[in-house]
Design a protein around this ligand. Structure first.
Ligand code: FE2
Length: 328
């Protein structure tokens, strides 16, 4: 009876505390990435290596109260856990991401939003690929090469040894990974043997850029005006004249009232993206042009500052009406 009580007690204790991580579903067949990643490698990598990280992670977390924590939460504070949690938690997270960013679909492309960010940071998609390939080659021993979004929301390439990753509080360069390439020998040895360079050159054929873009846009959402350059131009002039006027400085608007009016007019003549066309009320655009005309007229006639401020406030309010319409 006593033994039964203890068995029950400990079972309940573990049920309460144990976090039970499981192997995620693979969305393609083991042979789907041929000829770039072979079937045998995929099968062993997924069924054996990844499963082992999960088993060892669940074992390492037994008895610890982590039920309400996600794997990401644990990794962000991994210095507080054992090496087994660091290695196997990293192994589980890294491989889960790896399966997601691979695809049998050929020629997937980053979205315009991600492509712009890549070009801004690295020059071109090819330069990014070269940089990651070089990083992967120079990673001594086992590890990973990453494309991350850092705390400034910028893209950055980094690498980590073993099963560490950029989420961990024990690595030098932190960020959220959106693309990770496994450079452990178990990821390529059966097909490529010691030729890590060939593996790294070939893997680009099966990278799922749509998924990488999705991960990027979750962290850095596309702005509502990203496809309407005329309103971005208008906003630049509006913000650099309106905000100083709030502080009592009317010099910027006095110098740029004509420019503000021109940018307002070009909102109607420039191509409005279809997505926004249906939302933006043309009458509000006309109102904005009228408001800006009024500001310019007052500036030209050297009206009182208080009148210019009032007119600029009105134009600013109308601009925000347009912003509001775009958001719905
Ligand atoms: Fe691996």
């Amino acid at each position: 009876m006593k033994t039964l009580f203890f068995v029950l007690f400990f079972t309940l204790a573990f049920i309460n505390y144990a976090q039970n991580f499981q192997l995620p579903k693979l969305n393609y067949e083991f042979n789907a990435l041929e000829p770039y990643i072979d079937e045998a490698t995929m099968k062993i990598h997924y069924e054996k290596h990844h499963q082992t990280y999960i088993n060892n992670l669940n074992k390492a977390l037994q008895g610890q109260d982590v039920t309400n924590l996600s794997l990401e939460d644990i990794l962000k504070n991994v210095s507080k856990y054992s090496d087994a949690v660091r290695n196997n938690g990293g192994g589980h997270y890294n491989h889960t991401l790896f399966w997601e960013i691979l695809t049998p679909q050929k020629n997937t492309q980053p979205t315009a939003h991600l492509k712009n960010a890549i070009e801004k940071q690295f020059g071109s998609l090819d330069s990014l690929k070269n940089l990651m390939t070089q990083k992967g080659l120079s990673q001594f021993g086992s590890g990973w090469v990453w494309l991350i979004v850092n705390s400034e929301k910028k893209l950055e390439v980094t690498s980590t040894p073993n099963q560490d990753n950029p989420l961990m509080d024990v690595v030098k360069t932190n960020g959220i990974p959106i693309l990770g390439i496994d450079v452990w020998e178990h990821a390529y040895y059966l097909k490529y043997q010691n030729k890590r360079n060939d593996y790294l050159q070939n893997i680009w054929n099966v990278i799922n850029w749509e998924e990488v873009s999705k991960k990027y846009e979750k962290i850095v959402p596309k702005g509502i005006f990203d496809d309407w350059s005329a309103i971005k131009e208008f906003h630049k002039v509006m913000s650099s004249t309106f905000h100083p006027s709030e502080e009592g400085d009317l010099e910027p608007i006095k110098k740029r009232s004509q420019e503000l009016l021109d940018k307002a007019k070009s909102l109607k003549t420039s191509p409005i993206p279809n997505e926004l066309k249906s939302k933006v009320n043309m009458a509000t655009l006309d109102k904005l042009i009228k408001d800006c005309e009024n500001v310019h007229k007052l500036v030209k006639s050297k009206a009182k500052d208080s009148e210019i401020i009032k007119a600029l406030n009105q134009a600013h309010d109308t601009f925000h009406e347009i912003v509001g319409q775009c958001k719905h």
